[in-house]
Design a protein. Structure first.
Length: 275
């Protein structure tokens, strides 16, 4: 799959090498969770589970000032088939997201998905005690992958976007049947964030920026000595066109997706009207 036009070459280099095999950020995330699972298994085998109480998320203690639990709740991962399945999802889908957006944006996405659960649980903890431990963001990475590559073919010939819809509906129904309202809210919160993050990075929408009233736009001088405000929109269009042309030069015009072709044609028409 092609690299994202917005990511630099250095941002897609391996983090490390092991016996000639490259390790990327997605692999390092998996290695960190696997290490926590092994540590959890050893402590459980030794009967030292009391130490888990120092790192798991407990909203009453977080609200009393033990803020480190927001960052350490994911260190307790009991060995299970579900945990192994989550690691496979991070390895497969997380690597494709990293390949497209680059290491920094991928890690930023993972960081946000890691912090959403404790923030949500702590907020609900204002009304009722909540408890959380173990990683929870693997499925949201699949939602991000399905948003990025909606027509990618999965198992049994099902495309990614429909697989994501079916799984979200299935997990929501399971939460409803078990009256797990908080788990259902977490599912929708992380899935919605992953979807919106990918759509934002693809240019589907922009986050509104707060403009302070005392800030004045800088002026630039054009022909005839007349001053006018800068045109950031045109500069953005030119940057996007340059990135798409670089991609065509590297991989051919057939490498452009339907969305990229539409963006290129729209940018060409805007520049033609401006000229």
């Amino acid at each position: 799959m092609p690299l994202n036009e917005y990511s630099s070459a250095d941002d897609n280099l391996p983090v490390a090498w092991i016996r000639g095999y490259p390790l990327y950020a997605a692999h390092m995330v998996v290695l960190a969770f696997v290490a926590s699972m092994l540590a959890t298994a050893i402590l459980m085998g030794l009967g030292a589970t009391a130490c888990f109480g120092w790192v798991t998320l407990e909203s009453p203690r977080v609200l009393r000032g033990e803020a480190w639990r927001v960052a350490t709740y994911g260190l307790v991962n009991e060995p299970s088939l579900w945990f192994a399945f989550d690691m496979v999802m991070i390895m497969m889908f997380g690597r494709e997201i990293e390949r497209f957006f680059g290491r920094r944006k991928f890690l930023a996405l993972c960081g946000c998905l890691y912090l959403i659960p404790p923030i949500l649980y702590t907020f609900v903890g204002l009304w009722m005690p909540t408890y959380l431990r173990g990683e929870t963001g693997a499925f949201a990475l699949f939602i991000a992958f399905a948003t990025l590559y909606p027509d990618a073919v999965m198992l049994f010939g099902i495309v990614a976007k429909w697989a994501a819809v079916v799984l979200v509906v299935l997990f929501s129904a399971m939460s409803l049947a078990q009256r797990d309202w908080l788990g259902g809210a977490l599912l929708w919160a992380t899935s919605a964030f992953a979807y919106a993050a990918v759509r934002h990075e693809r240019g589907a929408f922009e986050i509104p920026r707060l403009r302070l009233p005392w800030r004045r736009p800088r002026l630039r001088v054009i022909e005839g000595g007349r001053q006018d405000s800068p045109a950031p929109r045109e500069a953005g269009i030119m940057a996007e066109v340059d990135a798409l042309l670089d991609k065509i030069a590297q991989s051919g015009i057939s490498s452009l997706t339907k969305d990229e072709r539409e963006r290129l044609d729209s940018a060409r028409k805007r520049l033609a009207r401006r000229d």
